[in-house]
Design a protein around this ligand. Structure first.
Ligand SMILES: Cc1ncc(COP(=O)(O)O)c(C=O)c1O
Length: 395
């Protein structure tokens, strides 16, 4: 049987990173490639107790639920959003199957083939794939360590008339960057001036290493409460397997996304949402997040100290202020895809940076994840990686 797939499926790209990850999943390889949280500090006992409470609460947890999601969990999220100075009500919060689904639903209600989305460069690969799947034209805005360049952003808004701007302002994936306050404000000002909505993706905002520094979500700065659609997730602060994220924004947008979600999957898992509700009610999530911050900071410093052993200037990188990733740029001409093969031979892996770029991939970049490996594995993996990085450039 020959299936004749719909023409739009030509825009479905298989993730180069997923293909690469397959190579790295051999038993002996210590992988810094995936974007995984630390399993060894998952609150497994508390998750178990939360599920017991769900089952003790009766049969309704096994029933169909509201598309918008379990109301008590939305109320709990409203409370957590207030702490970030993002005002919301359960009516303008939609629970989703991870924040990945938010990116998809928002694209689904906004994009027609040929529409433009503005992004950072590099940016989250799986968001690029979603935008492409709807036939969007992605245009990267010039960015530096502080965020998008406002001049370039303005020019691109004027010339390309984008449907929205997608940003990860706090501890980005892949490059760990955090935007400064001015750039956040400038983004917002341009969004007001030209009426272009912002999709703010904030999965890593809670994992900050320097609590004295404040990184206000762009959504919290939006005095109009109409220009920013904000999404976050429990994947990094609790566990990814619960597949629960959320989005908050103007009611008309959330309602339209709920309609799209209804067609997509009716609703996300009732049991998982109820378990999360009990977890948020009875478990000290704030204390757990503090533990994650401390642990990831300590793992990051292990990686940092190894990288500091390299000849100064051989790689450009910055110590991340939060999140789960380090981003490195090698000398001109270095090809990190070729380097990965050498690394895997030595029993260590990373992700080459090229697939995270929209236009002109920098083949000399790569991403390292420091959250997933235990400190012992981190040390062993970094011993191997430093050896690989010290071999002559692979062009
Ligand atoms: C920037 C970014 N956005 C969204 C997601 C999706 O997260 P989830 O669907 O698990 O909530 C990820 C996952 O790694 C991410 O890095």
């Amino acid at each position: 049987m020959n299936y004749s797939f719909a023409p739009h499926t030509k825009n479905y790209e298989s993730s180069a990173v997923r293909d690469i990850l397959k190579v790295t999943q051999q038993e002996h390889v210590i992988s810094f490639a995936g974007g995984l949280p630390a399993e060894d500090i998952f609150p497994i006992e508390d998750v178990k107790i939360a599920y017991e409470k769900v089952f003790a609460s009766g049969n309704s947890s096994l029933q169909y639920g509201l598309t918008e999601g379990f109301v008590p969990l939305r109320e709990a999220i409203q409370f957590r959003m207030e702490q970030k100075e993002i005002s919301s009500t359960p009516d303008n919060i939609l629970l989703t199957t991870g924040s990945q689904q938010v990116i998809d639903l928002f694209s689904r209600i906004m994009l027609s083939p040929g529409d433009v989305v503005l992004t950072e460069d590099p940016t989250y690969l799986a968001a690029l794939q979603v935008f492409q799947s709807y036939g969007a034209v992605i245009a990267a805005v010039r960015s530096d360590e502080h965020g998008m360049d406002p001049e370039d952003l303005q020019q691109k808004i004027v010339h390309l008339q984008p449907k929205f701007i997608y940003v990860i302002p706090t501890f980005s994936n892949p490059d760990g960057k955090v935007w400064n306050q001015e750039r956040r404000q400038e983004l917002l000002n341009l969004s007001y001036q030209y009426n272009v909505p912002i999709l703010e993706d904030d999965p890593y905002g809670d994992i900050q290493f320097h609590p004295e520094e404040q990184y206000q979500p762009v959504a919290a700065m939006d005095v109009t409460k109409t220009h920013v659609i904000y999404t976050s997730t429990f994947s990094k602060s609790v566990v990814p397997a619960l597949r629960t994220g959320w989005v908050t924004g103007p009611k008309e947008v959330i309602q339209m996304m709920a309609k799209a979600k209804q067609m997509n999957d009716l609703h996300s898992s009732s049991i998982d949402q109820q378990a999360l509700y009990y977890l948020l009610r009875d478990f000290n999530l704030t204390a757990h997040i503090k533990r994650i911050r401390k642990e990831y900071y300590s793992r990051m410093t292990i990686m940092r100290d190894y990288l500091n052993k390299l000849k100064p200037g051989l790689f450009k990188w910055k110590e991340p202020k939060g999140g789960m990733f380090m981003w490195l740029e090698g000398e001109e001409g270095l090809n990190t895809t070729a380097l990965l093969h050498k690394a895997v031979e030595k029993g260590v892996a990373f992700v080459p940076g090229a697939p995270f770029y929209v236009h002109e991939p920098k083949h000399n970049t790569f991403r390292l994840n420091f959250s997933h490996s235990s400190p012992e594995k981190l040390k062993l993996g970094m011993d191997r990686l430093v050896e690989v990085l010290l071999t002559p450039a692979v062009v």
